[in-house]
Design a protein around this ligand. Sequence first.
Ligand SMILES: Cc1ncc(COP(=O)(O)O)c(C=O)c1O
Length: 402
Amino acid sequence: MDINKTNDAVMQRVQAMNKRVAGIQDAGLYFYNQPISELRGGGRVLVNGREMGMYASYSYLGLVGHPRINAAALAAVEKYGTGTHGVRTLAGSLTLHRELEETIADFKRTEAAVTYTSGYVTNLTVVSTLIGRGDYVISDKLNHASLVDGCLMSGAKFLRFRHNDMEALELRLQQVPSGASKLVVADSVFSMDGDVIDFPKVVELCQKYDAWLMIDEAHSVGVLGKTGRGIEEHFGMEGTIDIKMGTLSKTIPSVGGYVAAKKEIINYLRHASRAYIFSAALPPAQAAAAKAAFEVILDEPWRIQKLNANTAQFINGLKERGFDTLHTETAIVPVICGTDEVAYEITRTVQNRDVFVLPVVSPAVPPGLARLRATITAAHEPDEIQHAMEVIEDAGKQTGII
Ligand SMILES: Cc1ncc(COP(=O)(O)O)c(C=O)c1O
């Protein structure tokens, strides 16, 4: 090939990104991709040889390393080995996959469930299999990238509404020509802000306008609801979501994604969604770990109570100290810093004092709303949370944001 790669558009994009990353690294402000070499108790980890309090983990119920879940994974390796025999449709389905899917359907109180190898892929494939050309998909502006990508890939007419604004959603629903199929998609808990979708109103509007409803529960399983079943349980509105999507990589300490719904929808997805038909099955250890984790959530309800107490301590403590935490009510707590530079600076100060928290800057969030994005788990102890807040407070005072 004889392309002048130095001037080629692809190369320009590669170089622009590399330059940006190198600039941040040179300034000592690159905090991403740090290797964790050990998990320790109480929400603590070893990073580059230093023990740090972990405030960037999605292990909301502290289930990573749980002995029963580890034992289930090890037993699955003993029984089935480390891989599958290919795609589910052909030789890749294990009894373990069916057991996991039944466990999920039970947990989510639906008729059936299907799993995929990541949450990201689940959203891509499910949205683009359910809807297509001639249909309409209506999406909250702050939905996760995987939902957005699924909408784009579907070829359906893609309408977005202002974040959590139910009047804007209704206007969008009214814009859909009568007779056209429509799917409303939203996160249950928004991954950057930690706020909860106005679920009762979304359900009401979907019913009023005859729209399908798909909710991404990546950050609400194990977090919302008395028994951790998610957003329907939280609002006492069981059975109101058509397509309940979730991941196996956050509260559930494995990897993968699932959709829970009525039997005929799940059967359709098993035979029509490309990520099921053309991609290998979840490895046995991951399927077994996920199944055991759903069981542990139900058997150890104290974890949800502890997560709720820890979350309240952290959010209230930060607010009392003068921080803006937006509208979070969950374990995802944005600590608004303002400019990207201030967010980087506060991260550096906080990490130097062994509190592992990461910045989120533009374009991932709007300019001026750069933040620390801290997460709280049931593995933290109240005195550790107190200490983390004091460290963040000192950094906030140093930079003048409080
Ligand atoms: C809301 C939401 N949906 C989907 C995903 C993708 O899930 P996974 O990481 O399991 O692929 C994420 C991951 O961050 C998420 O936050």
